[in-house]
Design a protein around this ligand. Structure first.
Ligand SMILES: [Zn+2]
Ligand SMILES: [Zn+2]
Length: 252
């Protein structure tokens, strides 16, 4: 499959509004980090993982076709771009399949209540078709396993898609799930926020250390804050742990 990192940033995005720090002022394009998202493509089938506030910008000049969306959890930086899918629904006359937990579905239905009310269409509304994410499933040509990880005190979804593990926003992974990744994944997309510890996200050190122990292939670090530049991360991270950047592509 071809993987595109659509957004490598944390919930604030980088640059952060009003921040004059070194990273926020950087002219390196790789230090411009939009909110989280990844696009997986195989046999012309596109899966979007998470729909950030910048979804429209992330999809422009990239694709106008999304065949399925997987939502890890319903925090703003992972779902506030879902309205942008309405142009895709209109163009192709489809409801967009969304794979998520029951809890996430209820939160999306709450946030996007207008999409489920019988009111005037106006400029159109997003059209979602929800599917419960199962432990093992096929989504188009992709073999998918889903499992839970801790994001602070809450449990959210993470996946193994073919041989790629995707852990977008975690702070802890239990032993059983770590084993599942070790057995089934070759590469991983995993979050690392900043140098200092954080209550709901892996720090950069935790992420790198864990990733090395989970997969033999590469790990791609996402959900990055303005704490550290792409260049500094490149110098610091061990072999096979790669700082992601917006628009980065790789095969997995
Ligand atoms: Zn997040
Ligand atoms: Zn900053």
């Amino acid at each position: 499959m071809k993987v595109t990192i659509l957004g490598s940033g944390t919930s604030t995005g980088v640059p952060v509004i009003g921040c004059k720090c070194k990273v926020c002022s950087s002219t390196d394009a790789k230090d411009k980090r939009t909110r989280p998202g990844a696009l997986l493509c195989k046999d012309d089938f596109n899966i979007l993982i998470d729909a950030s506030q910048e979804l429209r910008l992330q999809l422009l000049n990239r694709t106008d076709r999304i065949d399925a969306i997987m939502i890890t959890h319903a925090h703003a930086d992972h779902i506030f771009g879902l309205d942008d899918t309405r142009v895709i629904s209109m163009r192709y006359g489809i409801e967009i399949p969304i794979y998520c937990s029951n809890e996430t579905r209820l939160e999306i239905m709450d946030v996007y209540s207008y999409a489920f009310k019988n009111t005037q269409e106006g400029g159109g509304k997003p059209k979602f078709k929800f599917h419960d994410i199962k432990k093992t499933d096929f989504i188009g040509p992709f073999a998918v396993k889903s499992f839970k990880v801790y994001h602070g005190k809450i449990k959210i979804d993470a996946y193994i898609i073919d041989k790629l593990a995707v852990v977008m926003d975690a702070s802890y992974i239990e032993r059983e799930e770590r084993e599942l990744i070790r057995k089934n994944a070759e590469n991983i997309i995993i979050n690392g926020l900043r140098m200092k510890p954080h209550t709901t996200h892996f720090s950069i050190g935790e992420s790198a250390f864990l990733a090395k122990s989970l997969v033999k292939g590469n790990s791609y670090m996402v959900h990055l804050s303005h704490d550290i530049s792409h260049f500094e991360l490149l110098k610091m991270l061990p072999e096979r742990v790669i700082p992601a950047y917006d628009g980065m592509e790789f095969d997995a």
